[in-house]
Design a protein around this ligand. Structure first.
Ligand SMILES: [Zn+2]
Ligand SMILES: [Zn+2]
Length: 193
């Protein structure tokens, strides 16, 4: 049994301290696509009364990948609060109804998870938090300037000489550039750049 599966028998009224670090991939449920996440730390307390068990803590880690703008390395740390309520017994409604109800009534960030078997599956709950924390796209920094569409230079390092790389002149030169595209022979030779 993985350390991420906590047997119900060890959880009582007294809060059990949880402080685990594990590879993000080890949390990934079967059949779902992976996320570019490094080691994940799950830290908090777990307590219960035999019917309902509550984890209260944080899930932290780093998304690691390629910046969507400049294609450089991007590390985006996350550290989110997590409150998970694991309940014994069947859910009162089919899962879809239950989820809808949760959206209507739960505005407090509490995730309710049905208990299945004799262990609390921290992996599954943590994975859900990671999915929610995942940004739509990875950036090396919020203000990343990206690559010049003309010459491919990384505009975070330096401005290239291209019109497209210079914001103030981009619009002014657009008409000329269109002309240049029509008559490529008239374009200045940039091969020596
Ligand atoms: Zn970037
Ligand atoms: Zn350029």
């Amino acid at each position: 049994m993985s350390v991420l599966q906590v047997p119900l028998s060890v959880v009582s009224g007294e809060a059990l301290r949880i402080d685990l670090e594990t590879a993000g991939q080890s949390l990934q449920p079967e059949g779902v696509s992976g996320l570019p996440v490094g080691p994940v730390r799950i830290k908090g307390t777990l307590s219960g009364d035999g019917v309902q068990f509550v984890f209260n803590g944080r899930v932290a880690g780093t998304f690691t990948g390629t910046c969507a703008r400049c294609l450089g390395p991007a590390d985006m740390p996350f550290d989110v609060e997590a409150v998970w309520v694991f309940s014994q017994g069947p859910l009162p409604h089919p899962l879809e109804d239950w989820e809808e109800e949760e959206e209507d009534e739960e505005d407090d960030g509490v995730t309710r998870i049905p208990l299945d078997g004799n262990a609390i599956d921290l992996a599954l709950a943590a994975w859900e938090e990671i999915v929610l924390a995942m940004p739509l796209r990875l950036l090396c920094k919020e203000t990343c300037a990206g690559l010049c569409p003309e010459c491919g230079a990384n505009l975070n390092d330096a401005r290239c000489g291209c019109a497209a790389g210079m914001n103030e002149t981009t619009f002014a030169n657009k008409g000329l550039k269109a002309l240049g595209d029509l008559y490529p022979d008239l374009k200045p030779d940039r091969s020596e750049d």
